[in-house]
Design a protein around this ligand. Structure first.
Ligand SMILES: CC(C)(COP(=O)(O)OP(=O)(O)OC[C@H]1O[C@@H](n2cnc3c(N)ncnc32)[C@H](O)[C@@H]1OP(=O)(O)O)[C@@H](O)C(=O)NCCC(=O)NCCS
Length: 202
C-alpha cells in the first residue's frame, strides 16, 4: 500500500469509490455547493493505492480538500474522504487525515472546516465549538459542522458565511502535478509520525 498525491488517472476510480461510500446523491449535499466548479487543492489530494496480482493499481482510499473562505478569511474544507469497505477500520482513514493535515499546516494553512461525524473527527482535534459563529450555504446537521485550528487561535473571532473563495481555480483548468521523485510517495508503514500538536489531540 502506498499513499501518494492524486493524479489525473485517479479521478475516475475516486468517483467510483465515493459513489460506493456516499451514493450518487452526494452531490446534493451542502458541502458540494462549496465545491461546484472549483478544483480541489492538488497539493492536499492524496490517494491510497494497492496493486493487484497483475500489477494494476487498486484505489483503496481518497482524501481531498477545497479552498473556502469564512467571512472573508481563507480556510480549507476537508472532504470527501473515503476508504474502501474492505479496509475500513484498519487505520487508513486516520493516516490520510493526519498526513494531509500535517502537510496543510506545513504549507501555511491556518484552519480546516468540515461536515462529518464528530465522534470520528474529534480524535484529530475537530470541534463544533470552533464553528458556532459560522454559517453554511445550505442545510446541515449543525452537530456535524466542525472546525480545527492548524495555528492556535486561527478561528478566534472568525464568523460569517462559508463561501467559495473569490478567486478559486476553476475545475476545468485544474492542473494535477505529475508524479515526480519529489512527490511524497511512501509506503504506509513509513509514514511520518503525526506532528506533536495533532498527537496531543488524538
Ligand atoms: C470514515 C472513514 C473515512 C474512516 O476511515 P477508516 O480507515 O475506516 O477509519 P480508521 O481505521 O482510521 O479509524 C477507525 C476508528 O474510527 C471509528 N469510526 C470510523 N468511522 C466512524 C464514524 N463515521 N463515526 C464515528 N467513528 C467512526 C471506528 O469505530 C474506529 O474506532 P476505534 O479506533 O475506536 O476502533 C471510512 O470508514 C469510510 O470511508 N467510511 C465511509 C465514507 C464516510 O462515511 N466518510 C466520511 C465520514 S464523515
Amino acid at each position: 500500500m502506498i499513499i501518494t498525491l492524486e493524479e489525473t488517472r485517479h479521478a475516475q476510480p475516486i468517483e467510483a469509490l465515493l459513489d460506493r461510500a456516499f451514493g450518487p446523491d452526494r452531490f446534493k449535499k451542502t458541502a458540494y455547493k462549496l465545491r461546484e466548479g472549483i478544483a480541489p487543492l492538488p497539493e492536499l489530494g492524496f490517494v491510497a493505492i494497492e496493486h493487484d496480482e497483475h500489477g494494476n493499481e487498486v484505489l483503496e482510499g481518497t482524501i481531498r480538500y477545497w479552498p473556502v473562505e469564512v467571512g472573508g478569511n481563507p480556510s480549507l474544507l476537508l472532504g470527501p474522504i473515503a476508504v474502501s469497505e474492505r479496509l475500513q477500520g484498519a487505520g487508513l482513514g486516520s493516516k490520510l487525515i493526519r498526513m494531509s493535515l500535517n502537510k496543510a499546516a506545513a504549507m501555511g494553512h491556518r484552519s480546516v472546516i468540515l461536515v462529518g461525524d464528530a465522534p470520528y473527527y474529534a480524535r484529530f482535534g475537530f470541534s463544533r465549538s470552533l464553528t458556532l459563529d459560522m454559517q453554511l450555504p445550505g442545510p446541515v446537521d449543525l452537530d456535524r459542522f466542525l472546525g480545527l485550528e492548524l495555528v492556535p487561535g486561527a478561528l478566534a473571532g472568525v464568523s460569517g458565511m462559508v463561501t467559495a473563495p473569490a478567486a478559486a481555480p476553476s475545475a476545468a483548468l485544474a492542473v494535477v502535478p505529475p508524479l515526480s521523485l519529489s512527490s511524497p510517495l511512501m509506503a504506509v508503514g513509513e509514514l511520518p509520525q503525526p506532528a506533536l500538536w495533532f498527537a496531543r489531540t488524538a
